[in-house]
Design a protein around this ligand. Structure first.
Ligand code: ADP
Ligand code: MG
Length: 273
């Protein structure tokens, strides 16, 4: 695998797996759907304290990689370590227990819930039955979620969306839904938060708000791995940036190096080998 060094001689955080303190490490991840190889020997690491970007053309395997890392898919081959623990093949809630939380490219439907209630849906729960069962039992909510409720109120305030708490979750704009997704993920107090296209469909004002919130949370100690198509958004936020192409890591480096790399341009133009 080729690794790009910083052109101006600075070391930055180049590499990723060579030194330092990785909060996530993936090695040789492989996943095929029938004859289609979605992830092909993907290896990289996320250093603690970074906002690491993950980019690549449509269909490069970015979301599949998130699913493999967070336990929603089992890899055909390869390994995943979170905070030094091998979590390969572990269920999503087990991976979450090690401090890794993810959001989904397509936010889940939150029909019949207020924003406050939506906050209490576990971020690692599968869409569907698991969260429905939670809300069909009012006593379970009352008993089990009281402490979480206070935390949810606090986090909504921190995100400056406390005033939305009583609104039906389905009444939110796309951008507000993304903010609630991020707020909800933070309720689990993750060490590492994986965001899949957090500003897709979000207006520029709210995108800036999301970027500010991500920076605030990063300053407070949360590490991020962010997939995003909006290059302006990602390049101003993330360092380093990992480039995925056809299921493999094409290169990794500071945003300036990635942006000007010919192989990356070729990959986006569909001119890959
Ligand atoms: P990206 O997020 O980079 O756009 P994906 O990881 O969503 O890419 O998809 C990579 C490839 O794997 C695509 O060709 C996609 O159609 C395929 N793929 C992803 N998930 C599945 C699935 N559950 N079943 C079959 N094919 C899938
Ligand atoms: Mg995707």
């Amino acid at each position: 695998m080729t690794r790009v060094s910083d052109g101006d001689g600075g070391t930055e955080r180049a590499g990723g797996s060579a030194a330092g303190d990785p909060v996530l490490r993936v090695e040789g991840l492989h996943k095929a759907f029938g004859g289609l190889v979605a992830t092909d020997d993907a290896s990289f690491a996320v250093e603690r304290g970074t906002i690491t970007g993950l980019i690549g053309p449509n269909g490069a395997g970015k979301s599949t990689l998130f699913n493999l890392i967070s336990g929603f898919y089992d890899p055909d081959d390869g390994r995943v370590w979170v905070d030094g623990t091998d979590v390969t093949g572990a269920a999503p809630h087990d991976v979450a227990a090690h401090g890794l939380i993810r959001t989904f490219q397509t936010p889940r439907k939150l029909e019949g819930m207020t924003v406050r209630e939506a906050m209490l849906v576990g971020p690692q729960d599968q869409p569907g039955e698991s969260f429905l069962s939670l809300f069909t039992s009012p006593t379970a909510v009352a008993d089990g979620e009281r402490a979480n409720l206070a935390a949810a109120e606090r986090i909504l305030e921190e995100f400056e969306i406390g005033h939305l708490a009583d609104q039906p979750a389905t009444d939110l704009s796309g951008g507000q839904t993304k903010l609630v997704e991020l707020a909800r993920a933070m309720l689990a107090e993750p060490e590492l938060l994986l965001l899949d296209e957090p500003v897709a469909g979000v207006n520029p004002t709210l995108a800036n708000e999301l970027a500010a919130q991500i920076r605030r949370l990063n300053d407070a100690g949360t590490t991020f791995l962010v997939i995003e198509h909006d290059m302006g958004f990602l390049m101003s936020l993330a360092d380093p940036v990992v480039v995925l192409d056809q299921g493999s890591v094409l290169m990794e480096g500071p945003p300036e190096a990635v942006r000007s790399d010919e192989r990356v341009v070729d990959a986006y133009l569909g001119g890959g080998a």
